[in-house]
Write a protein that binds this ligand. Structure first.
Ligand code: ADP
Length: 182
């Protein structure tokens, strides 16, 4: 059975990778698909994110990486996939994920959403947290795959040098970071 793992992956973290690795044990093929999210201003382009995931999943023979600008169910139909794989970190993820699963079900009744609970050590981890740490010059090597760590440090080094506009800060992340500093 083919499973699609859709997301923004801006950038892919070790939490995402954990879901991909575990998905590979359950499904014959996992297609990781990078989607453009019109509600988020990304740090990396679709192509950069796709390449980062390719480099980070080279050890997994049944993973394919792609990008798509459209509905997840449209992509799933194109690839004859019947499963959408999603990760759940905390109760806070649940409401949005459930809403999305119901919405996708109304769009396409033959596609099921399967949730994997995150491993405890990754339950706090998000792409936004990674960007915040890197933005303030912290090391993210223990939070993201190695190729991504290099990219993100390069990117923020440019930002600090004034070559890039500072990426938008997610208000939720700002509050999280403030709590860490207090
Ligand atoms: P989206 O914009 O679709 O939410 P994300 O890249 O933020 O894209 O997340 C893609 C999927 O990966 C979502 O199901 C999300 O809950 C899951 N996810 C994100 N971070 C983690 C993590 N640390 N552990 C497990 N799953 C995660």
């Amino acid at each position: 059975m083919i499973a699609i793992y859709p997301g923004s992956f801006d950038p892919i973290t070790l939490g995402h990778l954990d879901i991909i690795e575990r998905g590979c044990q359950l499904f014959e093929q996992v297609i990781v698909v990078v989607f453009r999210n019109p509600n988020k201003k990304p740090l990396f382009t679709l192509q950069q994110r796709t390449e980062q995931i390719r480099q980070s999943t080279q050890h997994l023979p049944n993973v394919e990486v792609d990008c798509f600008d459209g509905l997840t169910v449209t992509y799933a139909h194109m690839r004859q996939a019947k499963v959408l794989l999603r990760g759940l970190r905390a109760v806070s993820d649940f409401e949005m994920e459930l809403q999305m699963a119901h919405t996708n079900k109304t769009l396409s009744d033959d596609i099921e959403t399967v949730f994997l609970a995150t491993s405890t050590e990754h339950s706090f981890l998000s792409s936004s947290v990674v960007k915040e740490i890197a933005r303030f010059g912290g090391s993210v090597g223990h939070l993201v795959p190695q190729p991504v760590a290099l990219d993100i440090h390069k990117c923020y080094a440019k930002t600090l040098a004034g070559e890039n506009p500072t990426p938008t800060v997610d208000p939720k992340t700002e509050r999280f970071m403030e709590r860490q500093i207090e």
